[in-house]
Design a protein around this ligand. Structure first.
Ligand SMILES: *[C@@H]1O[C@H](CO)[C@@H](O)[C@H](O)[C@H]1NC(C)=O
Ligand SMILES: *[C@@H]1O[C@H](CO)[C@@H](O)[C@H](O)[C@H]1NC(C)=O
Ligand SMILES: *[C@@H]1O[C@H](CO)[C@@H](O)[C@H](O)[C@H]1NC(C)=O
Ligand SMILES: *[C@@H]1O[C@H](CO)[C@@H](O)[C@H](O)[C@H]1NC(C)=O
Ligand SMILES: *[C@@H]1O[C@H](CO)[C@@H](O)[C@H](O)[C@H]1NC(C)=O
Ligand SMILES: *[C@@H]1O[C@H](CO)[C@@H](O)[C@H](O)[C@H]1NC(C)=O
Ligand SMILES: *[C@@H]1O[C@H](CO)[C@@H](O)[C@H](O)[C@H]1NC(C)=O
Ligand SMILES: *[C@@H]1O[C@H](CO)[C@@H](O)[C@H](O)[C@H]1NC(C)=O
Ligand SMILES: *[C@@H]1O[C@H](CO)[C@@H](O)[C@H](O)[C@H]1NC(C)=O
Length: 673
């Protein structure tokens, strides 16, 4: 601690030196510099990046943080030049080296001790694209698997580095910042100015480190962290008639999830896994919403979009828990009517040599799954001209791949369900839970194919018609431009969440989408206030409410009795007035079933044997932090300072000598006089 603060003081004295030095230099070079901010711009290079942050669970910590309460300042050195680190350094890594670096950190403690911080370059020169990169485990979230074989490797390239604890800051540089740093270090090399050093200043101070709370229970108590969580969304097509005494029809659930994870908190796009599935689901809802006959169908369709699935299946587990409690958030749903669950997983990479192929993973053999497989085949037949192939997943698989369906199966082992995926035995996504799972990692035509397959399968299942009404099925068509538009909105920064489609429904808080789950900071509620709900949840809620409502009976202004009449108020945040539509679309909080919120604080509940998954629940929380910052600047090296000091001493000594000599000389002259 002391060492660190003294090094900061040293750094700031360098800074003062540099300040004066640069000031003179700049005045000489240009007279454009007129204000202190100008001066600062010339001293500090603005670099921006995304940080890895500190997360906690009941037994420990993962992720990154400064080791103490202070900023870390360390000279930048390239990993490939850093055979051994003799002092605290900021290690600059290319993406190609990231795996090697973390292996080194875990095996070489001397090296690890001298890592002051890490800067990871953007993907521009990533060469190992074909090899892939995944910081997740080989069997992600194996502890929630409904089967015993958890050594199976769904994600064989997974390194698991996301799940370790690092007591140094790690930043992913943006493309422009990568260039800036490369230029600065090249310049230094070119000029051979060995007396200047480029340093990075990391500000990644985590509250839990400051407060010394090293697990979820203690940090929740000390209020230095918040639980991971957010809001899932469900909707029914057609809307449910809650007031009806009618028992209700059997329910077909169509499920997708909307959150992903990555080493870097806000770079969790999850394009293939799982956002491709979300987009396919939304496009299928749109396709089905145009059918008038849907009111008369034998089965009820319910769409579920979960969040928090990457962090212990928070969304699906909480949903099932709320069903047990028969809470307001799930009013109108009756578990015993659930007939079939169709989950859309990763479906963005099904395209291969002219054919788009998907694999159906089933929970077991039942008449409902048999029916679903038939419906899928039926749907595929009707799409024959589009070269879509579906096949059952290999019998050698230990069971279903990591998916929300695992929560349902754990709750009730005889649940019938299928998961539609673009892979059979191992993930075809080579960037699972990494920041590289972006829009370049998927193919829109694969999503369109999955959406078409899903829409027509749901149509066959809910209409329950045996007769081949080919023309009816052919009328269920996915809007290709909607899929492309959704990809632009949910997976790109341009247009990102400020795209027309999203802006129609909500006022997004940021443009660049990120699908990190976030934290739940206020009391969980079935009618949360919008500022506590993530942009994507709010968009999905509005989109589903709009699509599942009958076109007639939309009122342009929401009044108080909108909800009394079974309506919901969409687009309210866009113009303040909103549109009242008749729809059953609700938010369900997503947070650990091992947590309760009472009188303003979060408490960890003891394990409860009636909630077997809760026993394995790590109860993830994210540490609070004030600001995250990263700066890069040049300082005079210590050697140069010593030179200056020596020079100064020499001059002082010389002057002293000169004075004595002069004095003696003068005295001599005077004496002679
Ligand atoms: C909780 O974090 C600790 C510390 O990193 C880790 O060893 C443990 O596996 C985590 N628990 C779960 C269930 O993930
Ligand atoms: C790919 O990764 C491996 C192992 O991390 C590394 O040895 C190799 O040099 C990398 N290839 C390229 C082209 O960077
Ligand atoms: C809901 O059900 C009740 C009783 O069955 C019926 O009177 C009412 O018209 C229904 N409402 C709608 C909107 O279908
Ligand atoms: C759910 O449905 C079952 C069977 O249809 C019925 O017995 C039960 O009462 C229903 N539960 C609720 C809460 O409506
Ligand atoms: C499901 O289909 C398989 C093969 O097509 C058949 O062997 C099995 O008996 C069927 N099961 C049920 C419950 O219909
Ligand atoms: C379907 O695949 C076949 C062979 O794989 C190919 O000849 C044909 O052009 C494809 N059709 C379409 C519409 O892509
Ligand atoms: C995406 O799929 C289409 C056909 O479905 C194919 O023509 C195109 O080359 C694919 N794009 C990529 C990037 O794989
Ligand atoms: C398809 O989607 C686009 C983009 O959202 C929209 O402009 C267009 O009207 C849609 N077409 C149909 C037929 O719904
Ligand atoms: C365990 O869960 C059941 C059902 O949710 C509940 O009734 C019971 O009170 C819980 N037990 C404890 C000790 O919290």
């Amino acid at each position: 601690m002391d060492k660190r603060s003294s090094s900061t003081i040293m750094a700031s004295s360098f800074l003062l030196f540099l300040f004066l030095f640069n000031f003179q230099l700049s005045l000489a070079e240009t007279n454009l510099m007129q204000s202190v901010p100008d001066l600062q711009n010339s001293m500090y290079k603005v670099v921006d990046g995304d940080a890895c942050v500190r997360l906690l669970n009941l037994s420990g910590e993962i992720g990154c943080s400064n080791p103490g309460r202070e900023k870390v300042v360390a000279p930048i050195i390239r990993f490939r030049d850093a055979n051994s680190l003799s002092r605290s350094s900021a290690v600059l890594l290319s993406l190609n080296e990231i795996q090697d670096f973390f292996i080194r950190v875990s095996t070489d403690s001397t090296f690890a001790r001298n890592v002051g911080g890490v800067l990871v370059e953007s993907k521009a020169d990533f060469q190992n694209m074909s090899k892939g990169f995944s910081p997740a485990h080989t069997f992600p979230q194996a502890e929630f698997s409904p089967y015993k074989n958890t050594n199976y490797k769904w994600n064989p390239i997974g390194s698991g580095i996301l799940w370790n604890q690092y007591d140094f800051p790690v930043f992913l540089l943006s493309e422009s910042s990568t260039k800036t740093i490369q230029e600065v270090s090249e310049e230094i090399l070119k000029r051979q100015r060995s007396y200047t050093t480029v340093v990075a200043e990391f500000d990644l101070v985590m509250q839990t480190v400051k407060a010394g709370t090293h697990d979820s229970e203690s940090c929740l108590k000390e209020e230095t962290c918040f639980p991971l969580g957010g809001y899932s969304v469900w909707s029914s097509l057609p809307p449910l008639n809650i007031s009806s005494s009618d028992q209700g029809k059997p329910i077909i659930l169509a499920v997708a999830s909307m959150d992903s994870a990555s080493f870097f908190r806000d770079k969790s796009l999850g394009a293939d896994s799982p956002i491709s599935g979300l987009i396919a689901l939304l496009a299928a809802v749109d396709a089905l919403s145009h059918l008038e006959a849907i009111d008369g169908f034998n089965k009820q369709l319910v769409f579920l979009v979960f969040t928090g699935e990457a962090w212990g299946y928070l969304g699906s587990r909480r949903f099932l828990h709320e069903l047990d409690l028969q809470s307001d958030a799930v009013k109108g749903l009756n578990t015993s009517l659930f007939e079939m669950i169709i989950e859309v997983g990763s479906v963005g990479k099904g395209f291969n040599e002219g054919v788009t192929s998907f694999h159906v993973h089933t929970t077991g053999v039942s008449s409902a799954t048999n029916k679903t497989l038939d419906a899928l085949n039926h749907a595929q037949d009707s799409l024959k001209s589009r070269n879509i192939s579906i096949s059952s997943a290999a019998a050698s698989n230990p069971g279903i791949p990591p998916s929300s369906l695992m929560s349902f199966l754990n709750k009730n082992p005889i649940t019938s369900g299928v998961v539609l995926e673009d892979f059979d035995t191992i993930f075809s996504n080579k960037f699972y839970h990494s920041h590289l799972d972006d829009s370049s990692n998927l193919n829109s035509s694969s999503i369109v194919a999955a959406a078409s397959l899903l829409a027509r399968t749901l149509y066959v299942l809910t209409s329950d018609t045996k007769d081949d009404s080919k023309s009816a099925l052919a009328s269920v068509n996915v809007n290709v431009s909607l899929v492309e538009q959704l990809m632009g909105c949910l997976l790109e920064c341009e247009p990102g969440l400020s795209c027309e489609l999203v802006k129609n429904f909500i006022a997004p808080s940021s443009t660049c989408p990120s699908h990190y789950v976030g934290v739940i900071s206020d009391e969980p509620s079935s009618t949360p206030s919008p500022e506590y709900i993530g942009d994507v949840s709010r968009f999905v809620w509005n989109f589903l409410a709009d699509k599942t409502s009958p076109p007639k009976g939309k009122t342009p202004v929401c009044s108080e009795d909108c909800s009394k009449k079974g309506g919901v108020c969409t687009r309210a945040e866009v113009d303040g007035k909103g549109i009242c539509v008749f729809s059953t679309t609700r938010y369900v909080p997503a947070y650990s079933t091992r947590l309760s919120f009472e009188s303003g604080t979060w408490n960890v509940l003891p394990p409860n044997s009636s909630d077997p998954m809760g026993m394995h629940d790590p109860v993830w929380t994210e540490s609070n932090w004030n600001a995250i910052g990263l700066r890069v600047y040049t300082v005079q090296s210590a050697a140069y300072d010593r030179l200056v000091l020596l020079g100064g001493i020499a001059i002082t000594g010389g002057a002293y000598l000169a004075i004595i000599l002069t004095r003696a000389f003068v005295a001599k002259i005077l004496k002679q006089d």
